[in-house]
Write a protein that binds this ligand. Structure first.
Ligand code: SAM
Length: 194
């Protein structure tokens, strides 16, 4: 199981206009993050949970396609529920709750991995990241207090590139490296179909 958390500090927590995703606290970033976390060509990665403090379970979600408008609609539906501290399902596989960052991290059964530019090269850690909750910042990164909190709980601090990338690009690289690590030595040919 792979889990990703985007700490989207600017994102609105009320229903928003699907024609103005960037104006809804950069909801476009959140939608791209979910697309990269969950979608493969013509399918969903069923072994993935993606949190925006919304939980979308790849193994249960039914009607998610990778375009931002479709995903924005799913988030909108979740935000139209009255949000409580316990998870509530807003559509198949999509859950919403009001939780703070510390609570969410503490509830995760596996280790925490913080994706950060100055972290250890993912090629050194990829084999250990299955089962981790991988935490990413939004376009501004984590706030200082949030970063301290995540670093205190994180077992791994991982870098995916010498460049500062967008969160959704980082998720794609994490999947790529974990898929490779799960497949073992390639012997010149990659075959990821199971
Ligand atoms: C657009 S970046 C944030 C940039 C922001 N100005 C900052 O300094 O943190 C969004 C998130 O992607 C992740 N990220 C970006 N580049 C990365 C890299 N090379 N290695 C690991 N994580 C990275 C981090 O979690 C970051 O908070």
């Amino acid at each position: 199981m792979r889990s990703f958390l985007l700490v989207a500090n600017q994102a609105v927590t009320r229903p928003f206009n699907l024609n103005g995703l960037p104006n809804a606290g950069r909801m476009d970033l959140a939608c791209r993050f979910l697309a990269q976390a969950l979608c493969v060509s013509h399918g969903i990665r069923e072994d993935v949970d993606a949190f925006l403090l919304l939980l979308v379970r790849g193994g249960e979600v039914r009607t998610l396609s990778p375009d931002e408008r479709n995903i924005g609609g799913i988030i909108n539906k979740a935000l139209s529920l009255s949000v409580l501290p316990a998870w509530r399902e807003s559509s198949p596989g999509v859950y919403v709750a009001a939780k703070d960052l510390a609570t969410l991290l503490d509830e995760h059964p596996g280790d925490i991995a913080y994706l950060v530019e100055d972290g250890e090269d993912i090629r050194e850690t990829a084999g250990k990241l299955e089962g981790c909750l991988v935490v990413l910042g939004d376009h501004r990164g984590l706030e200082e207090e949030q970063e301290q909190l995540v670093r205190r709980r994180a077992r791994y601090a991982v870098s995916v590139s010498p460049h500062a990338l967008q969160a959704d690009q980082c998720v794609t690289i994490v999947h790529y490296e974990l898929d490779r690590a799960a497949e073992g030595p390639s012997e010149g040919k990659m075959s990821l179909s199971r």
